[in-house]
Design a protein around this ligand. Structure first.
Ligand code: SIN
Length: 299
C-alpha cells in the first residue's frame, strides 16, 4: 500500500498502525503475529524490574461499550521480556513499554530493554491497575521520570499518558520539556462494573481500565488538544477499530495510532484492514501521503 509510510521520532513505519501495549505483547511469537497482521510497529506489554503476577481474577470483562481490565501489569520482569523482544527485531520497529514504582525503576528497566535492541521505549506513566504513584497524574513527577530515562537511554522515549490526570495537556507539555520524543494518548480510563446478582464489583481488583470504542471521543479530544500544545509527535490510542477511526486521529494531529481492543473486535489482521481503509479514504479524497492528513482538523 503506497503512501502509508510515516516517520515517528526517527523510526520508519510502513503504515501508521501500531499494536498497543497490553494486548498479546508478552512473547516474540505474539508480537510476530501482530507484525504478520500488518502492524507498522508493535509495543510490548509493560514490564517492571521484577516479575509480577498481577491482580486477582477476574481481570478482564467485556461490557456492551468496551472492555474493562485490571490485569495489574502481570509480566515476567524486564530482563526476561527483553530477551523475547530481542527475538523479533528487524521487520518493523519494536517498542518496549516500561513501568516503575520509582523514577529509578523506570530508568533501570529502560536500560535493560535498550540493551536488548528495542527501537524505542514507551513509559507507562498511566496504569490504573496497580497500587502506587501514577506518575502521569502530575507534571512534576512525569517530568522527573522522562528526564531520568532520557539521561540513561539513547533510543526515542514516548510518554503514555492518561485522561484521568487533571490536565493531560499540561502533563504532555512537561514531558516534552523534559525531552520526551513523543506522547501516547491515552491509556485506559479508571472504571468499574457491578454484578447485580452478587451485588459485588465484577473485577477482582474492583476497579480497572476502560478501553474500546467508547474511549475514542475522549482520546480524540486529548490528542487534538495535546497536538495544539506540543511539537513532538503524538500517537493516538483509544478505541481505534476502523480506518475511519484512524483517520479521525490523524486529522486531530496524531502521527500514528495504536490498536489494542480493536484486535479483539477484528482479529490480528485489524492492522492491515485499518491500513487499507486509510488508503481508501486517501484515494477518495485525493491524498497521496498519510502525513498530509496529520493535524488537518486544526485549520
Ligand atoms: C495492566 O496490566 O493492568 C494494564 C496496563 C495499563 O493499562 O497500563
Amino acid at each position: 500500500m503506497q503512501g502509508l509510510e510515516v516517520e515517528l521520532a526517527g523510526m520508519r513505519l510502513r503504515n501508521p498502525t501500531m499494536l498497543a501495549s497490553g494486548i498479546m505483547g508478552l512473547s516474540a511469537a505474539s508480537l510476530r503475529r501482530a507484525i504478520k497482521g500488518g502492524a507498522g510497529a508493535v509495543v510490548a506489554k509493560s514490564c517492571s524490574s521484577q516479575p509480577r503476577e498481577g491482580n486477582p481474577n477476574p481481570t478482564v470483562v467485556e461490557i456492551p461499550t468496551g472492555l474493562l481490565n485490571s490485569v495489574g501489569l502481570a509480566n515476567p520482569g524486564c530482563a526476561e521480556l527483553a530477551e523475547e523482544l530481542g527475538r523479533c527485531r528487524g521487520e518493523v520497529p519494536v517498542v518496549a513499554s516500561v513501568y516503575g514504582f520509582s523514577t529509578r525503576e523506570y530508568a533501570a528497566c529502560a536500560q535493560v530493554v535498550e540493551r536488548a535492541g528495542v527501537d524505542a521505549v514507551e513509559l507507562n506513566l498511566s496504569c490504573p491497575n496497580v497500587e502506587g504513584t501514577v506518575f502521569g497524574y502530575s507534571e512534576e513527577l512525569a517530568r522527573e521520570v522522562v528526564e531520568e530515562v532520557k539521561r540513561r537511554v539513547r533510543v526515542p522515549v514516548f510518554a503514555k499518558l492518561t485522561a484521568d490526570a487533571g490536565d493531560i495537556v499540561s502533563v504532555a507539555a512537561a514531558c516534552e520539556d523534559a525531552g520526551a520524543d513523543g506522547i501516547t494518548a491515552i491509556n485506559t480510563l479508571r472504571a468499574m462494573a457491578i454484578d447485580v446478582t452478587t451485588a459485588r464489583p465484577v473485577l477482582g481488583n474492583r476497579v480497572g481500565g476502560l478501553s474500546g470504542r467508547c474511549l475514542k471521543p475522549v482520546a480524540l479530544r486529548c490528542v487534538y488538544e495535546i497536538a495544539e500544545e506540543v511539537s513532538i509527535p503524538v500517537i493516538g490510542c483509544g478505541g481505534v477499530t476502523t480506518g475511519r477511526d484512524a483517520v479521525e486521529f490523524l486529522l486531530a494531529g496524531a502521527r500514528a495510532v495504536q490498536i489494542g481492543t480493536g484486535v479483539l473486535y477484528r482479529g490480528m489482521s485489524v492492522f492491515r484492514k485499518v491500513s487499507m481503509e486509510i488508503a481508501e479514504y486517501m484515494e477518495e479524497k485525493g491524498y497521496s501521503r498519510v502525513d498530509e492528513l496529520v493535524g488537518l482538523a486544526h485549520r
